[in-house]
Design a protein around this ligand. Sequence first.
Ligand SMILES: [Zn+2]
Length: 135
Amino acid sequence: MNTQDHNLNMSRILTEYNIRPTTIRKNIAGLLFDGTDRHVSVDDVIEMAHAANVKTSVASVYNTLNRFALAGLLRRVSVDLGRMFFDTNLSEHHHFYYENEGRLEDIPHGLIKVSGLPKLPKGRAVKSINVMVWL
Ligand SMILES: [Zn+2]
């Protein structure tokens, strides 16, 4: 795919999610959405942008990733207070967390069975269960 087609494609994806396709958003989307499932931090995306000669700033990357997550184009995965990842895999799944390496790896949804949940509060239903296995 040439650069112009790739740009059009990113515009289409962003518009589909009701995100105005500004240059910085198209550039960041172009770095993230190449068909590979990935978990990225703000720092990872800044590094990817530098490697691809995309001009950006910490604030732009932070705002763009959060805008994408709010629109449902990325999923936020919080490991602890200081570590947030953005996941391009929007399907239901779980994670291995490699603590020493600071990285996540997907566990397919069907591989973990959760049992023994306590009785749910009245009027509530389970929306999703996300298991993180720390390694
Ligand atoms: Zn994931």
